[in-house]
Design a protein around this ligand. Structure first.
Ligand code: MTE
Ligand code: LUZ
Ligand code: MOS
Length: 759
């Protein structure tokens, strides 16, 4: 058994599962507070758009324990936190742009004092025009960034040659991240004017950069440390930075440690979410049901400032045609500026929003053509060397195989007949079936971000310490990093210690995002391990006077060359005495990838991940209630290095997708007030809404060269299976009422089902 096989054999390894289930895991708020720690709290705007006329902090400052109320005037550096576009103030200067926009930071001896003071701040804001709808914003030319367009073939002409052409609209709602651990940060001033920041972030470097900018300091004065976070789902890719900047400013001004952990209600009010989209589509097919042409315009509700919206918008286009080959495509996307909190990354990063529209278009076409959507989906799946609208060709395309395997293993034809029989025999209960193929590109679409580093120390007793830029947020990347190092050195996992993610040990990191964390950091880690192995190999060749200078093998706790072999611990002891460098810094930059934003063409993705899910649901046609009976899917894991962790990602992602598509209804009213501002009226999936049957099969494949240990990225792709739930329910409604006119408007809540049934 070689090392890779061995690493795969430990494919149920977890460094932290036992800590989680025994409640021992430590998060940011579990850090012991230093003596003298102060507590920050934001006073935010209660009006969605307006001019600040005047304010009075007097009463608030009189509360016992209030140390300071920070305004924009107190910020030592720049009052600016925009990552891609500098359009976002940390604290409002003279205008507010959404309800929840931070205006003041209250710094107090206790959280209770800060609470009291918050209620006593008086502020007079003159309301201005409020826009909450992306189409309204579009009509009024309110954009966050320039429109973008991808095109392939000659769409205009192609439509003229289509047998069928259908047009419509498809809207999808926002989604709240509901990470278990709310946003927060803890800043500690050092004697030399530098700062240590503990942050619940997916992007330690983003926090470091933002804090440096706001404090007017260079980045080397800011150390950011992340042990682990209690979930991020994209919500802490960019939006962990403001809280870190706020405690840093407060610590700077008071010269005391300052901490801020948001209450759930504050987090829901102030932070951005998945972007709601409104979209138009036009789809053209030939007689046989082949899609010949596709046109779509996406209107993204970006919120009040850009945040990551331009990048999210781009990924909507990358996934505009999902797992289908369409020869003529023209898709346009607009990032619309509205008066709600700036929306941000969320698992799938705009991809799901794009995929929902093509699936709606196919469903629409099928309905009109009186065939099953399954027929059209199957006829148009991607194949080898098929061109995406952005110019990349498929390689090792698994779209067809996932589909075929799902169809066969789960008896799709049989299932279709059974559902039909059930529906013929039942009047008030109907079943619906839908198939959801997925194709998701792996890499940051912004090519320069695809790089990572790792630091490795082999201590003189043979134990190993590793640091990478990866942030553990429940997705299991820590376990995977330990597996990679153990595999590289031929050691067991318990000989490897993974350190916290810290900007002084591993610098200039990309955020833990885009599902690419294990690939990027794992490959950097391999590079570092290889450097140490090379030094040890060279040394032992000399030490043992082997003239052929063979490569040493690192296996089973031993270093071996030819007939010579030595126990790892002993070997390290000897190498140390001979002054061999036992530390290394690894680096990795994904080869081959490129993308030209001007032309909209290139090869942006290291590889694609594929899969197919079959959904079956039951709708109570008197009440509009529904249940997802089963989700049965075949997923392309590549050659999974940790089947338990990867299975957890599939199940969690899929259920999160079902939540987005069916029950999570994010509502802002016309005044920009969040109506679903607590977890009683914003419903996320619980154990009762999980499909009764979930079956996951591993596609048998060798995986991709650019995936770590050929184990493909798994974090985001499964979310998009959830789209199948929407269409399964839609089909059940159609079984009850074939003339039902159900607008493509996700989420498919019980109310919408009931309206649809009797439409
Ligand atoms: N799984 C858990 N448990 N918690 C999370 O916050 N985030 C998801 C996914 N899976 C998340 C998760 C998102 S949005 C991404 S991009 C990936 O994990 C990031 O981690 P990876 O690159 O290691 O897959
Ligand atoms: N973040 C990002 C992402 O900055 N670029 C991406 O392409 C991306 N994709 C998915 C999730 N986060
Ligand atoms: Mo995930 S949306 O890339 O954090």
């Amino acid at each position: 058994m070689n090392n890779i096989e061995k690493a795969k054999k430990s494919d149920t390894y977890s460094v932290d599962a036992h800590l989680h289930v025994t409640g021992k895991t430590k998060y940011l708020d579990d850090l012991p507070e230093l003596q003298g720690t102060l507590f920050a709290k934001v006073h935010y705007a209660k009006i969605a758009h307006g001019k600040i006329k005047n304010y009075n902090l007097e009463k608030a400052l009189n509360i016992e324990g209030i140390v300071k109320i920070v305004t924009y005037k107190d910020i030592p550096g720049e009052n600016q936190i925009g990552g891609i576009i500098p359009d976002e103030e940390l604290l409002a200067t003279d205008e507010v742009h959404f309800i929840g926009m931070p205006i003041f930071i209250i710094v107090a001896e206790s959280e209770i004092a800060a609470h009291k003071a918050d209620k006593l701040i008086e502020i007079d804001i003159e309301e201005k025009e409020i826009i909450t709808d992306p189409i309204d914003a579009y009509k009024k030319n309110q954009f966050l960034s320039s429109p973008i367009k991808f095109a392939l073939g000659d769409t205009e002409n192609a439509f003229n040659n289509c047998e069928y052409v259908f047009e419509g609209t498809a809207n999808s709602g926002g989604q709240e991240h509901v990470y278990l651990e709310t946003q927060g940060a803890y800043a500690i001033p050092n004697a030399d004017g530098s700062f240590l920041i503990y942050s619940s972030t997916q992007g330690p470097t983003a926090v470091q950069r933002t804090v440096a900018r706001v404090l007017g300091l260079s980045m080397n004065k800011i150390e950011v440390d992340v042990n682990r976070i209690g979930g991020g789902f994209g919500g802490k890719e960019d939006q962990a930075s403001p809280w870190a900047a706020m405690v840093a400013v407060s610590a700077f001004l008071t010269n005391r440690p300052v901490k801020y952990i948001l209450e759930r209600g504050e987090d829901l009010q102030m932070t951005g979410k998945r972007h709601p989209y409104k979209s138009n589509y036009k789809i053209g097919l030939n007689k046989e049901g082949k899609i010949i042409a596709y046109q779509a315009s996406y209107f993204q509700n970006g919120g009040a400032s850009a945040d990551l919206s331009p990048a999210v918008l781009e990924r909507t286009l990358f996934h505009g045609t999902n797992a289908y080959f369409i020869p003529n495509v023209e898709i346009n996307a607009f990032s619309c500026k509205t008066n709600i909190p700036p929306n941000t990354a969320f698992r799938g990063f705009g991809g799901p929003q794009g995929m929902f529209v093509i699936e709606a278009a196919i469903h629409h076409a099928a309905k009109e053509m009186k065939v099953s959507p399954i027929e059209i989906q199957e006829k148009n799946l991607l194949f080898e060397k098929a061109e995406f609208s952005y110019g990349q060709l498929t390689e090792d395309c698994e779209a067809q195989r996932c589909w075929d395997q799902a169809k066969e293993k789960y008896n799709l034809e049989d299932k279709r007949k059974k559902v039909e029989t059930f529906n013929n025999e039942n009047d008030t209960v109907k079943k619906g079936l839908a198939v959801m193929p997925i194709c998701f590109g792996i890499s940051f679409t912004n090519t320069p971000m695809n790089n990572a580093r790792a630091l490795i120390h082999v201590y003189s007793d043979g134990s190993v310490g590793i640091s990478t830029g990866a942030v553990e947020m429940g997705q299991g990347v820590s376990s995977k990093m330990i597996q990679v190092a153990a595999q590289s050195f031929g050691l067991s996992e318990d000989q490897i210690k993974l350190e916290s993610t810290n900007t002084t040990r591993v610098a200039n990191t990309s955020p833990t995002a885009a599902s690419a964390t294990a690939d990027l950091n794992g490959k950097a880690l391999q590079d570092g391990c290889d450097q140490i192995k090379k030094r040890l190999s060279d040394f032992f060749n000399k030490h043992w006077e082997i003239t052929s200078n063979d490569h040493a093998s690192f296996l089973d706790n031993k270093i071996s060359i030819g007939s010579q072999s030595i126990d790892w611990t002993e070997a390290i002891g000897i190498a140390f005495l001979h002054r061999i460098n036992l530390s290394a810094k690894g680096h990795y930059a994904t080869p081959r990838i490129n993308f030209n934003k001007e032309t909209g063409k290139g090869h942006p993705f290291a590889y694609h991940v594929y899969g197919t899910a079959i959904f079956e649901c039951t709708v109570d046609c008197l009440r509009g209630n529904y249940e997802i009976d089963s989700v049965e899917l075949v997923h392309d894991f590549g050659s999974s290095m940790n089947k338990e962790i990867d299975l957890g990602q599939i199940e969690g992602g899929m259920v999160q997708g079902i939540g987005w598509m069916t029950m999570e209804e994010l509502i802002y009213d016309e005044k920009g007030r969040l109506k679903s501002g607590n977890l009683a009226n914003y419903k996320i999936p619980d154990i009762y809404s999980v499909p009764k049957t979930v079956s996951v099969q591993y596609l048998d494949t060798k995986g991709a060269e650019l995936a770590i240990l050929r184990s493909k990225a798994v974090g985001e792709p499964p979310l998009m299976y959830g789209i199948g739930a929407y269409f399964a329910i839609n089909n059940a409604i159609l079984a009850f009422n074939p003339n039902a006119n159900v607008p493509y408007d996700a989420p498919m809540t019980t109310e919408k089902v009931l309206i649809g049934l009797y439409s």
